[in-house]
Design a protein around this ligand. Sequence first.
Ligand code: ADP
Ligand code: MG
Length: 211
Amino acid sequence: MTHNSFSQYNLSDPILETLTLLGYKVPTPVQQKVIPLALQENDLVVKSKTGSGKTASFAIPICQLVTWDENLPQALVLEPTRELAVQVRDEIFHIGRKKRLKVPAVFGGFPLEKQALTLKQKSHVVVGTPGRVLDHFQKGTLHGDKIQYLIVDEADLMLDMGFIEDIRRIMEFIPENKVMMLFSATMGVHVQRLTEEYMKTPIYIEMEDKE
Ligand code: ADP
Ligand code: MG
């Protein structure tokens, strides 16, 4: 296709309109690879450098795929830090705004009870740091039964920060039969191990650093 735009992906109008509002005219190289495969609900392992647009590469398909009518969360996005959780939550919220998607963020250093109240309401996509996400699952303030999409973002950082045990325990609260997508700027041995442990036949997308 010579004409490269977001309209080639069969996205619904509310999503396409918000991309225009955000000023996203052309998908970045990693988005061109990831969006169609994610929309088809493939397990993905994506290596692409920082700043290449990985967030929207999963945020756009997730916003498209979740059903508005469901009250329990359908997607869970794990982020290594509170700052990233907020930033990614905001991007998903903006992309899903016209679809009126609820996107709560949960992270440490903020009262659990207040977050629990937000989680009690309808939510489509939950973004959070592993420790706090696990706390909410264990307290029963977050329900994983309807989660169909698990995104492990910044996987290299996440594993460097020692979140592997939290991730393992989080897996026990969400259905085994889900789509899992892992994003990372680098592909070290820990990321490989996590992939082998939890993903059967993922599609690997490795972008050149120049892209
Ligand atoms: P990464 O997660 O790969 O480090 P981000 O997803 O944070 O990168 O994206 C980097 C920047 O590029 C962000 O400011 C984002 O808003 C912007 N961006 C992402 N996709 C597009 C696009 N298709 N067109 C223009 N800007 C984009
Ligand atoms: Mg990122």
